[in-house]
Design a protein around this ligand. Structure first.
Ligand code: NAP
Ligand code: F7E
Length: 332
């Protein structure tokens, strides 16, 4: 029988990749998007019109909308990918961020508990919850895994930590199949343009196609922060695997390698034979009130239990994003 999966934030980066994956596996997919005056389904162009895809308007912060959705579909699987996902924005909009990223998750958990107790629930948790904290391995290297204490440094991370804990409570107290993926940064050509990787590659795409000149500088903030960057296509497969286990649990999903923002920008510009120093200027506007300096995940548990590991390397990720943006701006 066809399984039904609900995806919130279906027109976001991860939602679009996950919709493709689940449709390819024979699922009926109910994709939920937030109403706007100019809905953007660009990321869904590979699946638009698919006979097993239903697209509905939905807002996570509205309890009756959430409850009605659960009652209508009583899905086998529910992937909550909707969020105010931008860390810098969360400092400017802490209340909105908390309403979406925390209260919204409680709305779903309550609706599942009351009306659809067999639905398997995936929550999009994040490495940002580790904040400045890390563990140290026997070689003296810093890393984060499921045992590392969580010390959030932004309103976004606090909101995600609240929902992360709430998922654990609903799993323990009500025996729901509720799980959180602690995903480290994952990117790709569909990444929003205000995240640093895509900001860089979209600048390069415009530069190479002569839509801007050297006089238009690329304004960035902290180049020294380290991130563990993977490809979103790899990471949505981990989400799917997390809902196929006998027992619900939380997993770190990461590449296990850390690079600085400077490494990313350097590599991206070198791919088009340019030196980033000629184009990048530092603008304090893009510094954050509090920064997360170093993220490098150890996903040994996911490798062992889920049989998951990333397939796309950092170099391939940068290459994919740069080539895709060069193509994108060619046809504009
Ligand atoms: P994204 O591209 O920003 O997508 C987020 C989606 O959520 C968008 O479709 C957005 O709609 C929707 N949304 C926001 N508020 C909503 C609301 N009130 N009701 C319904 N939908 C709403 O994020 P992503 O990169 O795909 O990430 C997916 C999830 O993983 C997020 O929860 C994020 O916090 C988490 N996460 C991401 C990463 C990463 O590196 N990408 C790492 C760890 C965790 P609009 O287009 O209307 O804004
Ligand atoms: O910043 C630095 C910035 O905004 C990465 C989200 O998906 O991953 C993402 O959060 C680093 C930070 O991602 C600019 O200070 C420098 O150190 O691309 P980002 P993020 O904050 O790591 C986590 C795991 C999530 O869960 C989030 O949803 O880059 N940086 N200059 C800059 N960042 C931005 N955005 N813009 C700059 O100009």
């Amino acid at each position: 029988m066809t399984k039904t999966a609900v995806i919130t934030g279906v027109n976001g980066q991860d939602g679009s990749y996950l919709a493709e994956l689940l449709l390819n596996r024979g699922y009926g997919v109910v994709g939920l998007y937030r109403r706007s005056s100019s809905n953007n389904f660009d990321r869904l162009k590979n699946v638009m019109g698919h006979s097993r895809l239903i697209l509905n308007e939905f807002d996570l912060t509205d309890p009756s909308d959430v409850t009605d959705t659960i009652i209508k579909y009583r899905p086998d699987e529910f992937y909550n990918l909707a969020a105010q996902s931008h860390v810098a924005t969360s400092f400017k909009q802490p209340t909105t961020t908390f309403e979406i990223d925390s209260i919204g998750v409680i709305n779903i958990l309550e609706a599942i508990r009351k009306f659809s107790g067999t639905t398997r629930f995936y929550q999009a948790s994040t490495s940002e919850m580790f904040g400045r904290n890390y563990s140290i391995n026997h070689n003296g290297e810093k890393y984060q895994d499921e045992q590392t204490s969580l010390m959030p440094q932004s309103p976004y991370a606090v909101a995600k930590l609240a929902s992360h804990r709430m998922v654990q409570i609903y799993r323990d107290a009500y025996k729901l199949y509720a799980t959180s993926g602690i995903l480290f940064n994952h990117e790709g050509p569909r990444r929003g343009v205000n995240f640093v990787t895509r900001k860089i590659t979209s600048y390069i795409g415009q530069l190479v196609n002569n839509l801007i000149t050297k006089d238009t500088k690329l304004k960035l903030g902290n180049l020294n922060a380290s991130r563990d960057w993977g490809h979103a296509q790899d990471y949505v497969y981990a989400m799917y695997l997390m809902l196929q286990q006998d027992v619900a649990d939380d997993f770190v999903i990461s590449s296990g390698k850390a690079y600085t923002v400077r490494d990313f920008v350097d590599k991206a510009f070198k791919l088009v034979d340019l030196d980033y120093n000629d184009y990048v200027v530092i603008d304090p506007e893009f510094y954050r009130p509090a920064e997360v300096d170093y993220l490098k995940g150890d996903c040994s548990k996911a490798k062992k239990v889920l049989g998951w590991e990333p397939k796309i390397s950092f170099d391939q990720l940068v290459q994919d994003m740069v080539s895709s943006d060069i193509e994108l701006y060619k046809i504009r």
